[in-house]
Design a protein around this ligand. Sequence first.
Ligand code: GLC
Length: 450
Amino acid sequence: MSKGGGEQTRRAFLAAAAALPFSALISGCRRAPSAEDAAEELPEVRMPPPPVRGAGRHAGARLLYYAESVGIGAAIDRALARRFARDTGALVDVVPRPRDATETYASYLRLFQARSADVDVLSLDVVWPGIFAPHLLDLGAALGGLAATHLEAAIENDTVHGRLVAMPYFTDFGMLYYRSDLLPKYGYGAPPATWDELEEMARTIQGGERAQSRSFTGFVWQGKAYEGLTCNALEWIHSYGGGAILKDREPTVENPRAAQALARFHRFVGTISPIGVTGYEEEDARNVFQGGNAAFMRNWPYAFAAGNAKGSRIEGRFDVAPLPHEPGYESSATLGGWTLGVSKYSRFPDAAIALVGYLCSPEVQRFRALVGGYIPTIPAVQSDPDVARVLPFLERVRGATLVARPSNQAGARYNEVSIAFYQGVSKALYGTNPEKALEQIARRIRRSLR
Ligand code: GLC
């Protein structure tokens, strides 16, 4: 991997990071900045130029790229697209994908069903390569060398029937965010290890803080009926010893431990969590937590860089820990992340593949880690000392067990399985008896996989 000029490059990165617009946007307003807010203000990308495949041949191409949209992801992607245009002469229109992963899925399905040439490069959730493979180009011949530098498991995930249909962009997992200033204020020396501890701490802190701030809440998470709820509920159930949805293509959710997990989260709604949490996505939870209005949050790592950006209300006043578990079981973190694929219907496949190779290069992964806290999928970039310094949470959550959603087992049927799961979980959050909800989930999953 290119270290590109040592200290000078490092300073350029830090300058770019420091110039991020969070401070300006947060002070004086309670909400966290949206990706759109940040879009125009990200400074020019400073990094050693990544190699471009087929350099010199892409001038005149015009690509449409469905990009990141959560946190500052869209702003970073837009800045990278401008830099790619400068380096290659190919224009890239960046469209932030819908923030809700399930809505993104639906848009892609429509585009692919229409064999639309309107989109060239797409951000794909790690659970989708098996579903969208028939509509994606095989990147193996062009990007196989670069792929060999990425985590083997990530490349395996993006390889469907021997075809490399996507390249890993970044990886992530669920973590517990907590207010490191408020825990000691209420006499707690460490973040909660079990769900009982979390419940007790959240109730106490919420009770105390409401004296000054009526909307203060204990614990925020992603409770809307969408892919994010699948990720959250998988963590609850697994951390209760209730399994991971499927085993050998058979649903495993009909068990008393899974039911207890759902019963607990039903109890959280309207007590230590806002009643509206059943409509929350990632950014809703982050807005509450980053606005200083929650003691605990479940979220992905992108919220770490955002929360610590200069001017954030909680800058330096929060930390992360592994998510809680039931005594005797494991802290569990759902494995997430995004990959980049090229549509088979693209009019500029060479330029599109070049853009994917560029965005998944070590240079860009390093830049995205330093500026946005995105976890690289190239081990050599992960262990770069500058990167390790800006991703301190990697060390803190080491104790958690990573749990994958069953996308490999379910293959092209994964989305149906996930819908059955999150819709059932959502019902339980609204009060359906958890055993009954789990029984329905199992029945629907069996039907999908038959
Ligand atoms: C994050 C994860 C992704 C997951 C999504 C759910 O974006 O990276 O894998 O599906 O959250 O909301």
